[in-house]
Each structure stands twice: as C-alpha cells, then as structure tokens.
Design a binder for this molecule. Structure first.
Ligand code: PSV
Ligand code: MN
Length: 414
C-alpha cells in the first residue's frame, strides 16, 4: 500500500488534471452528515428468527452510546433518529435524553412514530376503518410532535404499514380519504419550523394494496398538505429495476425531496448495508444530489440544501456497530465520487449530444479510487484514517459484550 501523503498527492494531481477543485471537494466532504437509526443498534430479525447479538443495545442510552461510537470513528454521523415508543425514556424525561445524547457527542435527529406494532393496528392505523383506531394512531403521532422540541428535532418521519391483503377487504377510496384527513391533522400539529416526511413502500406487510405505495402518492399528499410536508425516499421500497435517481431528481427539483432512508436491497426491503448490492446506484443517486446542490441554475425552491440523509437498516446477523460504520463509509465514498464528476465538461458534452463522452466522464468519476482523498479528509478532521480497523482495535465491542451480555429482548424490530 502506498503511504497516505504519496497516495493523496498522486490522486490530487490526477484530479487537478481533470480540472477538479480538490480543496473544495475536501471541504464539502467534511460537511457531509449521515444520520444513524437507534433501532439499528438493537437486536432485530426477520419474521423467522431474531438472533441476539452479544452486546447489542437494549436501552436508548446504550443506542446513543453506540451511535456516538460510530460518529467518533467516521466524523460525519452526528445525529441519531429515534423511534417512539422504543426510545421512550423510562422516566418520560426527553430533555434529559437529549442532554445525554449531547454529552456523548451526538444529537437527536428524526422522530419516528410507531403506529404498526400494536394489536389494534391489525387493519391499519390512519387507514383503519374504525375511527377510534385512527384516533389512537393520530394521538400517538401528535405525542411525537410534542416530543420533537424536547429533543430539539425538526423532522417527523412517517412510515405506515397500512394496506389490505385481499381485494374487496376494504374500500380503496375510503382508505385514501381517511389517510388524507389524518395526515392533515398531523400537519396542523407540526411544531413551527419543522417538517413531516412521508415515506412510501410498494408492498409489505400488506400484500394486495398499500396505502402509500409509491412516491407519487407521497408527493401528491405532501403537495396538498403544504411546504412543511415532503417525501422520504427509502432505497429499499421500490420494485425491481426502478430508476431511483430519476425519482430523486424530480422530487428535489420540485422542492419535495425531504429525506432518505439509505439501505440496499437485492429482492425486497432487505435492509442490507447501503452500497453493498449496488454501489453504482448509490453513486448515481449522489450524482443527482450533488449536481442539484452545486448547480447554479437550479430553481430557488429545490430541496437540495435541506435533505435529511438517514440510514434505515437493521443488521440481523452481521453485528451492529461495524456494519453501521461500513454504511456511513459507503455513503461517504459515493458522495466523494459524485463530487469529482466534472460538471462543466459534462454539461458541455451533454449539450452536444455526445452520449458516450458524457457517459465516460460520469463513469470515470465512479471508477476513480477515492480512498486517499477520504483519508486526507479524515486526517484533517482528526478522526481515524481507517475507521473499521480503528473500531476493531478500540476494544469497544469487547467492552459492550462484557458489560451488556447477550440480551434476550429486542430493542426495536423483532
Ligand atoms: C419498515 O419498512 C421500515 O423499515 C420503514 O422503512 C421505516 O422507515 C422503518 O421501518 C422504521 O419504522
Ligand atoms: Mn425506511
């Protein structure tokens, strides 16, 4: 392996020859922000089995400790999404929970209500035919709106398991109307200056119809609701072959892309490490994001500057903290590669209709090994040059194993 300064100086020369402003790229990489999910640090499983992982977090404080450890290793994961009631403090003191997070070096990010795990939600939450169950779900989401200022969060992240399993089970129009009414009731309750993100998912757990199956539905409702409502794109929630980067480009340009749930899938909502199955897709998504963020001709209403980049993954058999570090690093690498796309040159050849040269410029950035650049960023940020190696050498895994043991319970998904 080349030593770091030599490797960086070779890459720096190469990128400068491509007319890339390397110091600007470094500054942008330092500002990257990826949020990790509290539920990713707890035990989780498939519908067949939840394997307990030694040392997995069971309390919210432990989840925050683990998220803080990830942030120490990568330097770009300063916030943690929470899920209520999984992360409800025993004494109900959310301010204290927020202070605890800050004392560990992280902040609370998005607040995720849970309106899918109670028996009452067998027929859904906001789409439930029973008005009393809809109200129960609404009360819980309102409670989350109240929690937001206590934990200094300005993002409410909504995902619904609602839908039907059989044709004829319920009125599709009826469910749509119930949803509209209840989403509006949430919108009216949002804390000032905050946003509600509406996530879609094409199937599962419902298999015949899903009440928010696609980005078009989320978009239509966020348009109707108003500027504080936006769409959340979870990379695992599309049918095979869907062009996610095109969805991203459209929503962003309309000012309606509010956030991401990063993960990767091979078949369904697999929740695998983002970039592990299709790193090229991840790069293409970042390419759209970066293109919009840097583009001077973008409309003023583009949502590019205010997107919440969140990971939504539960690692069932591969550990908890190390796969989360890998996930953040994969996002960092994809972002770095998107930053070295020669935008000006690309626009010129696109305008000329030079298909292959345009494709070459884009894929050249993707194929470039940016590790030396990332190590330079890490060095300047004062974090470990090789986060995974540093994590393994830190002794943290051994420490939590011996302190926490093997938890029988899950702190999140079963
Ligand atoms: C279930 O598919 C899911 O992964 C959704 O993507 C939510 O964002 C997440 O759970 C947390 O509720
Ligand atoms: Mn999600």
């Amino acid at each position: 392996m080349l030593n770091q300064p030599v490797a960086f100086s070779i890459l720096n020369d190469e990128l400068e020859s491509r007319r890339i402003d390397v110091s600007a790229v470094i500054e942008m990489l330092k500002k990257q922000h990826i949020e990790t999910p509290s539920w990713g640090y707890a035990n989780s499983g498939t519908r067949f089995k939840a394997f307990a992982w030694p040392g997995a977090a069971t309390t919210t404080r432990q989840k925050l400790d683990d998220a803080a450890m990830v942030h120490k290793m990568v330097g770009i994961a300063p916030t943690v999404a929470i899920h209520i009631p999984w992360d409800q403090p025993e004494d109900g003191d959310y301010e204290a929970m927020c202070q605890y997070a800050e004392a560990q070096g992280v902040r609370i990010g998005a607040v995720n209500p849970n309106i899918f795990q109670d028996d009452e939600y067998r027929l859904g939450s906001f789409g439930n035919p029973d008005a009393a169950i809809q109200q129960r779900a609404l009360d819980h989401v309102w409670e989350c709106c109240e929690i937001m200022p206590k934990v200094k969060s300005d993002v409410l992240s909504l995902w619904f398991a609602d839908g039907t399993n059989y044709a004829g089970q319920d009125s599709l129009v009826g469910r749509k109307r119930r949803f509209e009414k209840n989403l509006k009731a949430v919108y009216e309750h949002l804390p000032t200056g905050s946003r509600m993100l509406i996530e879609y998912k094409f199937f599962e757990p419902a298999f015949y119809s899903t009440d928010i199956p696609d980005w078009g539905t989320s978009y239509a409702w966020s348009l109707k609701l108003g500027p504080q409502a936006q769409v959340l794109v979870d990379l695992g929630h599309h049918a095979q072959g869907v062009n996610i980067e095109q969805i991203v480009a459209f929503l962003m340009d309309e000012g309606k892309l509010g956030g991401f749930h990063f993960n990767n899938r091979k078949y369904a909502d697999d929740d695998l490490i983002v970039g592990s199955v299709n790193p090229y897709e991840l790069f293409l998504i970042y390419n759209e994001l970066t293109g919009a963020a840097l583009g001077s001709a973008e409309p003023a209403h583009s949502s590019a500057p205010n997107i919440a980049f969140m990971i939504d993954q539960c690692h069932n058999v591969e550990g908890k903290i190390a796969p989360m570090i890998y996930s953040v690093l994969n996002c960092q690498e994809a972002y770095a590669k998107s930053l070295i796309v020669p935008r000006q040159q690309l626009a010129e050849v696109q305008a000329e209709g030079n298909i292959l040269e345009a494709h070459r410029l884009l894929t050249q950035a993707y194929r470039t090994d940016v590790e030396a650049l990332l190590q330079q960023v890490r060095q300047e940020m004062g974090i470990p040059l090789e986060p995974i190696v540093a994590y393994e050498a830190s002794g943290y895994e051994e420490k939590i194993r011996s302190e926490r043991g093997l938890a029988a319970t899950s702190g999140g998904f079963q």
